[in-house]
Design a binder for this molecule. Sequence first.
Ligand code: FAD
Length: 367
Amino acid sequence: MAQRALRTCWTWLKTVPEGCWRHCNQRRRDKLVIVQRNMALTNLNTLGIAAKASYFAEVTSLDALATLLADTKLASLPRLVLGGGSNIVLQQDFAGLVVKIALRGVQCEALGESRLLRVAAGENWDALVKSCLQQGWYGLENLISIPGSVGAAPIQNIGAYGVELSDVLVAVSGWDLRENCLRRLSASDCELSYRSSIFKTHLLDQFIVTEVELKLSHSPSPNIRYQALADALPSGVDVTPELVAETVARLRASKLPDFRLEPNAGSFFKNPIIEASNAAELQAEHPQLVSWPMPDGRVKLAAAWLVDQCGWKGQRVDGVGVHPRQAIVLVNYEHCSGGNVLALAAAIQEAVSQRFGVALEIEPRIY
Ligand SMILES: Cc1cc2nc3c(=O)[nH]c(=O)nc-3n(C[C@H](O)[C@H](O)[C@H](O)COP(=O)(O)OP(=O)(O)OC[C@H]3O[C@@H](n4cnc5c(N)ncnc54)[C@H](O)[C@@H]3O)c2cc1C
């Protein structure tokens, strides 16, 4: 299919004050952005949904991002900021501008026994985790094998095997679309919580992450508080961060389908968090209920258990199905539309609501 390439003009409407941003001395050609029309997104979302974007641009520098945002023809269009596409559902063609963040670079500064990393948003998360381990910078090992970009990690405060991004995050920088300027938010400003942040609430669609700062440790301190991880470690050996990473990667590979072979978006539903009194009632009725106490006194339920109990594991409807080993992973076996994926999700939500009176919330962002 022919794609018409438009070149945005070289205007640089927003001047970044000197010294305020370390990336601002980019070469002039870095401002160039190529905007493509009718871009296929099938290979840019891990659910393999065959949707198109009316306009698509990949930005590799802050200057290019500023050029794109200053383009008056594109400014009024709906916008989708894209990383690795591993946490989105495209309901239909996206009638707007998709901005793929491809900023690259990692800087490291020693702070005593700690290391402060400044990582550009377009870096691959899993590659970062592996490279940190090789350098002897610890803290990310439990978060190995999570697909996607570094810039998306704070959006839903990624987490796995007992560690969340919030454990190592120092700050997030990016383009504030309300003020039209670059801004740095401290970790506490980001309001990170379970699979959520300010970028999903007050700053929804208002902030493009360009850089993430992480504090890692130079001395190993493996976190094996997550029971399934502790149980999977070989006995009688020293637990090192490398062993933790290896074990988490092995557990994940045994439980989660590879999206390149079985297109999926990881956990399709969040684990619901309910009041302790409601949890106690459910537990009395369903003694096998899988749950975890939360620090605030509420109780988190295992969404996978709820879905499994409703008989959905391994079921397929219209080319989309529930993975046979993971009840919260929906697989788009036949590269169907987002509508098919969401129809299956709605049927599961209805079943869980009917049986347990619990509302399941969809984790990926729907566009
Ligand atoms: C097999 C599999 C396993 C997974 N396992 C886990 C897991 O263990 N834990 C976990 O937390 N998640 C998991 N996920 C979900 C997903 O990998 C993470 O949410 C990841 O951070 C998404 O990154 P991405 O770059 O692909 O984001 P995208 O899917 O491209 O985007 C997700 C959302 O973030 C926004 N966004 C992306 N980049 C930026 C940016 N630079 N600035 C502003 N907004 C942005 C997008 O607009 C969108 O709303 C899994 C997914 C898959 C497919």
